[in-house]
Design a protein around this ligand. Structure first.
Ligand code: PAF
Length: 277
């Protein structure tokens, strides 16, 4: 397995490959959730590229760009064990020659003016931009994304359709610890006490699902019940959407996806999670 830092080098490798290429875009600090994406790509493609890039353009000024965990050596070892062919780890200067005059890919307002997009202005422009660049650089046929970032997945699927990218987006299920905590690179910010608080997200979702299965379909009741379990957290949102459209769920919709986001005091770590009800 090779670690490549330069766009030109990766482009010239993929140009002469003549193989199906799977891309797993990541920001590194890989965990078993990422491992499941890499494994799937290795199974489904002749050649797997894992990108490891902490993308400055998707972080707000008061967010955790500087402290985001960077563990390239460990990440590369895991990628190699899982059978990836290339780790693409460019520097920010390599990816963004000119950040002041950057052309951005901007998802529609209706898709970003809710949930994570509402509290993280500019975030999804940064995600859509870097993912477009990675698609163009890697010439991938398939790209693998975790369902934990449900709004991101929705936006990327829409971008691929709207901009006619020849890339199949493969959604992969959330991987959880045995007690329900969804795996996230940001879990490394949590000490044991904060981790227990973080568990309230999955507990809230599971409780709402229990109510749903008992026949309670009132969005207010479901959201309030989840909120009650999340007491003590700095809750950003508890919402229920139609998973196909990401519009607010209404009673005539067949499927419902509940999404939650909260900061975990005192660490200020922002966690997200979701569950189909
Ligand atoms: O989900 C992530 O880790 C990032 O948002 C992504 C898709 C790698 C883009 O930087």
């Amino acid at each position: 397995m090779k670690i490549i830092h330069k766009i030109g080098e990766l482009k010239s490798i993929v140009k002469s490959l003549n193989k199906t290429i799977g891309l797993v875009p990541t920001m590194g600090a890989l965990h078993l959730g990422h491992a499941s994406l890499i494994k799937k790509s290795v199974e489904e493609n002749d050649f797997t590229i894992v990108s490891v890039f902490v993308n400055p353009v998707q972080f707000g000024i008061n967010e955790d760009f500087d402290k985001y965990p960077r563990t390239l050596e460990k990440d590369a070892k895991l990628c190699e064990e899982l059978g990836a062919d290339i780790v693409f780890a460019p520097s920010a200067d390599e990816m963004y020659q000119d950040t002041k005059e950057l052309t951005l890919v901007c998802p529609p307002y209706s898709a970003i003016n809710k949930l994570c997009g509402k509290s993280r202005p500019g975030h999804f422009d940064g995600v859509a931009t870097v993912v477009s660049k990675l698609f163009n650089i890697s010439k991938c046929e398939r790209a693998y994304f975790g369902q934990k970032d449900a709004q991101q997945l929705f936006i990327i699927k829409k971008m691929v359709k709207d901009l006619n990218f020849d890339v199949e987006i493969v959604p992969c299920p959330i991987v959880r610890e045995s007690d329900g905590l969804a795996l996230s690179s940001r879990n490394s910010y949590l000490d044991e006490k904060a981790r227990q608080e973080g568990l309230k997200l999955s507990k809230a979702l599971n409780y709402a699902k229990e109510l749903w299965q008992k026949g309670i379909k009132d969005r207010q009741v479901l959201c309030d019940s989840a909120l009650k379990i999340m007491e003590g957290l700095d809750v950003d949102y508890v919402e229920i959407v139609n998973p196909e459209t990401f519009e607010d769920w209404v009673e005539t919709d067949k499927n419902a996806l509940m999404l939650v986001a909260a900061k975990i005091p005192p660490t200020n770590t922002r966690l997200i999670d979701n569950l189909e009800l």
